[in-house]
Design a protein around this ligand. Sequence first.
Ligand code: GLN
Length: 510
Amino acid sequence: MSNATELVKLSAAQMAEKIRSKEVSSRELTQAHLDVIEAAEPTINAFLHVSGEEALAQADAFDKKLAAGDTEGLPELAGVPIAIKDMIVTKGIPTTAASKILEGWVPPYDATVIEKIKAAGMPILGKTNLDEFAQGSSTEHSAFGNTHNPWDATRVPGGSGGGSASAVGSYEAPLALGTDTGGSIRQPGAFTGTVGVKPTYGGVSRYGAIAMASSLDQIGPCARTVLDTALLHEVIGGNDRRDSTSIPAPVPPVAAAAREGLKRDLKGVRVGLIKEIGGEGFEAGVAARFNEAVKLLESMGAEVKEVSLPHLPYSLGAYYIIMPSEVSSNLARYDGMRYGLRVMPPAGVPQTSANMMAYTREAGFGDEVKRRIILGTYALSAGYYDAWYGSAQKVRTLVIDDFNKAFEQVDVLVSPTAPSTAFHFGEKTSDPLSMYLGDVATIPANMAGVPAMSIPCGLSDNGMPVGFQFFAPQRHDEAMYKPAAALEAALEEQWGGNILTKMATPWLNA
Ligand code: GLN
């Protein structure tokens, strides 16, 4: 499959160009990815469901349109296939959130982002694995098995969106969608050497995204280049009256900003190094690659200075109160009445609806989800509400103020995406706190609703990819795309190509 191998290694923008010039059809491109999925899945296990037949039918429909010259108004990525995190509902295709409680549920409707992807003629390859209800940082909390890191199958791909990141990193898919509540797009991006973006809160409709913590949740793009994420961001973004928190404004000009960045001129761009992220607890290789990348930004003309966001260190603690509170409320809907699993009480136990709910939830939710429901219920309970939830909301306001003040001084903020590179399976599962601490650099963006993205900036001493994070002001996602694309271009010159070319891909030669 050498021709197909060449094809799947292209960026999504390059694939789209080949489609437009009719060098390759959407069907050929889709089939090439389905072949990689078949060869790679025994090693990677990124997918919970592969929708090959539907994808080929969507590809054929697009190819017909293209042949008829009927593609006016379609986005640049038209015809390029995509994988979808199984946290986003897809009409007629099973959607589980990697939970037993939703096993067998087939949604009767599409999320807004899925409607947009279908309208763009982008075939949907399948649904990707995640931590159950997007709760975790390693994908080890999936009810349906682990996803493996394509760089080293003994290591986690990050989480919760490990499936989407590994699918993109292993060339199973050129593009994927994720959801990011506390880092679930960016940290798996960092762990797999791919690019992941959390748009401004409200910039992409959440209609049809399974709710985890609604004030923090955001859908966003995963890809192998900054430009590809920007192009996908423009496909899925924009106002939606079905999401009351959706911003009534068009998507910021992110693709133009990424293209501008590729010129590698950052004169006049003010970059702030976040004083409070880094230092103790950060892997030496992470700190080293981060610092080298900052030097590269400077070498392209960026003005770099340290900026303090004094309340940032409190974001993690506040998140682990606010998030479970919203989780406990959102997940109350899984009651055995309406979706998926139903477990009746055993003989001898009164057959009441309350007992049925209790047995269903006991059997249907995994331990991590139960832990968060219990924590959240406690934090919201009478007598404790002000002490826990109320205080956490006040901290959130202080974090928002810190970002506002910082963005008076600089155009973008930067930090490592995560304190470590991808760890081994089982390393953190017995100690939830150590797992939570890994979210220290990603959570502040969700707390403040600002956009943030992770791009690869090199390999640590263990040979695993390191993530470099950019933050931009609310509604100005374009501000981070320019320096991110510039940094990517400068790094790729050093590496002689995309960082993934340094990764062994035995499944592509099978
Ligand atoms: N790792 C974080 C958590 O466990 C983030 C999850 C997410 O972004 N969905 O909550």
